[in-house]
Design a protein around this ligand. Structure first.
Ligand SMILES: Nc1ncnc2c1ncn2[C@@H]1O[C@H](COP(=O)(O)OP(=O)(O)OP(=O)(O)O)[C@@H](O)[C@H]1O
Ligand SMILES: [Mg+2]
Length: 311
């Protein structure tokens, strides 16, 4: 039997629907369930062929267990090694090189020294910092937001130098990016599953959370949607995410990718609505079953070469 395990946190609707959907497919030799683990021994074999991870970004113990599971050949959606290493600033830089439109972005030194460090830890820094050059490059209005953020935490819109410093002074030890604001007409959140399947969801971040997924969207220009889908695929291929949400803000017909580090994207029925929920449940179920059943190339990790030399 090949087991597909779902690892999740506080969310309620998606994990259960995913397990049910996979089991209702009645694929011979495949069964889905919620993951159950206790204290884990090193190099312990893992029961699961595939694990859908919705929560290890918040729980280091789960992240460590997932890496241990990878060592035993489990396919993890998403790859915990890469997810641990990734950040939004790297994403923007990579995307720029790939030809995807990105608003001008800089990364800023922490406002307060990270825990356990002092002035002496910062002797490679060029002080005073050239804030004017950064403001000139990015321009105002701009968004000040964490380089690894999620859930809209510590995101500030700033329209002047004064507003910037007021917001920056509240950022504690966070590592922040400053990004030109896109004055958007359209805004899309796109689910991308298996790096190829894109579901474009018109979204309005300017209204309260529960009304954001636009229910009766207008007809959009086909060429714009094609570019959005292509860029979403390009980004997920490059980053290797099997499940992600890529967000675009569109100004003057150009879709700017502003956040594509969402490897455990919101998939709650009550926020995304029934049609989007059905799409994501079906797509992730199909991907998990495919990964459990297909003859697949093993995922290449830096250490796997050493293991095969020993076997
Ligand atoms: N460059 C930008 N131009 C316009 N709006 C922006 C920009 N950057 C961020 N925003 C606004 O701030 C919101 C949160 O930003 P972002 O998505 O980068 O952060 P997040 O914490 O990952 O949020 P989420 O949970 O929605 O993914 C966006 O949905 C958007 O409305
Ligand atoms: Mg995000």
């Amino acid at each position: 039997m090949k087991y597909i395990g779902v690892l999740f946190g506080m969310e309620n609707t998606f994990p259960g629907a995913l397990v049910e959907r996979i089991n209702s497919m009645r694929t011979p030799g495949v069964q889905a369930e919620f993951v159950e683990i206790g204290i884990v021994r090193m190099a312990e074999p893992c029961k699961y062929s595939v694990i859908v991870d919705r929560i290890s970004h918040d729980i280091p113990f789960y992240r460590a267990w997932l890496k241990n599971a990878a060592l035993d050949g489990a396919y993890i959606i998403n790859n915990p090694f890469w997810w641990s290493a990734d950040d939004k600033f790297f994403n923007y830089a990579l995307a720029t090189k790939l030809g995807v439109a990105i608003p001008r972005t800089v990364i800023l030194p922490h406002k307060e020294h990270p825990p356990g460090t002092t002035d002496r830890s910062m002797r490679n820094m060029q002080y005073p910092l050239d804030w004017d050059a950064a403001f000139q490059y990015v321009g105002f209005p701009a968004y000040l937001k964490p380089f690894d953020g999620g859930g809209w935490r510590d995101v500030h819109k700033v329209s002047s130098r004064e507003e910037f410093f007021k917001a920056y002074d509240q950022t504690r030890t966070l590592c922040m990016t400053l990004q030109a604001a896109v004055n958007f007409e359209e805004y899309f959140r796109c689910y991308v599953v298996g790096q190829d399947h894109v579901h474009v969801m018109p979204y309005n971040p300017r209204v309260p959370f529960h009304e954001r997924y636009v229910q009766n969207p207008p007809a959009y220009d086909r060429a714009l949607l094609d570019r959005v889908e292509l860029d979403a695929r390009t980004l997920c291929h490059a980053l290797g995410y099997d499940l992600n949400t890529v967000q675009f803000a569109v100004e003057d017909g150009i879709p700017y990718a502003i956040d594509f580090l969402n490897p455990a994207p919101d998939a709650d029925l009550h926020s995304v609505g029934q049609a989007n929920f059905d799409w994501i449940v079906d797509a992730v179920a199909a991907l998990a079953v495919k990964k459990a059943t297909e003859e697949r190339e093993p995922v290449r990790y830096r250490w796997d070469r050493f293991l095969s030399e020993r076997s």
